[in-house]
Design a protein around this ligand. Structure first.
Ligand code: BMA
Length: 316
């Protein structure tokens, strides 16, 4: 076995990290983390998860001109719904929103917790002022749904992550004609034993289109005697058929390192729900640090694509 040389640092952490913490929120929350992001009206909008003292989560909104300095709205953006059809499945909280923009409409997928388990809800907004729930779009035991920001022959595609001990916590892809009914699911990426993400993997940020394929930034988990360590990795999906994974990097791009990523509500966690492209071939990646704060960092899309291609391993 050859010992690898030191990898290049591909994600440069913002000197402003953590860019958002509970002290920045004008209502009572215990944490601020796991944020979906999107460009809207010339600014960057962030929807983030916060724990309340009860342990239940709600979703707040913050807005930024530069992607690093955010101002939080005075009121939460989404709380567990009281609406029929949603109340029953969100009573224990709404978590980990991802945002995908298609035709000027922003689709928000979020984890909904209740006594029936965890499943995925879909909500829509056009202005980040009002938000309307559309449907529950999975059965129980599903988390981490990211929708591709494009239709493929008229159909929508999403990455999802069912919980299953038979097929260990892998990334799947499903199709839909209408965003509500999903099927033709197939497993596209699996954790690999004795690798940094051997325990489970899950979709992270909404995939970004590059000329070499859809870049997916995902999370991978490794169990230690001190608990799980969450890191981020990258994979490339085929542009016209995203169910085909072209390459997965066998190296992570980000691991807990700063004190607020190592210690917090849940130790040793970097977890992403969103990233935005910059107009110079870069990307700002947002991640929750130790389930307590929000951090940001920049990377070159070319470097992340190159990592998938040069340090690749078999996806399945
Ligand atoms: C996952 C989810 C995430 C969380 C992570 C680390 O299972 O609950 O929301 O950030 O664990 O605690």
């Amino acid at each position: 076995m050859t010992v690898p040389s030191k990898p290049a640092l591909l994600v440069e952490r913002s000197p402003l990290n953590p860019i958002l913490s509970r002290d920045d929120v004008p209502y009572q929350v215990e944490t601020v983390h796991n944020a979906g992001v999107a460009r809207y009206d010339g600014r960057i909008v962030m929807l983030f998860r916060s724990h309340l003292r009860s342990g239940r989560s709600i979703i707040g909104k913050a807005v930024s001109e530069d992607g690093f300095r955010f101002t939080v709205d005075p009121e939460p953006f989404m709380r567990p719904s009281e609406q029929d059809g949603f109340f029953e499945y969100e009573a224990y909280g709404v978590e980990d929103p991802r945002i995908c923009c298609i035709d000027g409409e922003y689709l928000i997928t979020y984890s909904a917790y209740s006594r029936h388990g965890v499943r995925i809800g879909l909500a829509k907004t056009r202005d980040f002022k009002s938000v309307e729930r559309t449907a529950m779009i999975s059965q129980a035991d599903m988390r981490n749904v990211v929708i591709f920001p494009q239709r493929f022959d008229g159909r929508y595609a999403r990455l999802d992550r069912p919980h299953s001990e038979i097929d260990p916590w892998s990334i799947w892809l499903s199709w839909s004609p209408d965003l509500i009914h999903w099927g033709e699911s197939e497993v596209v990426m699996k954790p690999v034993q004795y690798h940094w993400d051997e325990s489970k993997i899950g979709p992270g940020a909404t995939p970004i289109r590059t000329e070499h394929g859809w870049l997916s930034i995902y999370h991978g988990v490794f169990e230690t005697m001190d608990g799980a360590v969450y890191r981020l990795g990258v994979a490339l999906h085929d542009l016209s058929n995203p169910a085909r994974v072209i390459a997965v990097s066998d190296e992570w791009i980000l691991a807990p390192q700063d004190p607020w990523e190592i210690t917090g509500y849940v130790h040793n966690v970097v977890f992403t729900c969103g990233a935005v492209e910059t107009n110079d071939g870069g990307v700002i990646i947002y991640w929750g640090g130790a389930d307590s704060v929000i951090c940001a960092g920049t990377a070159r899309l070319d470097d992340l694509v190159e990592l998938c291609l040069s340090k690749g391993r078999a996806p399945l």
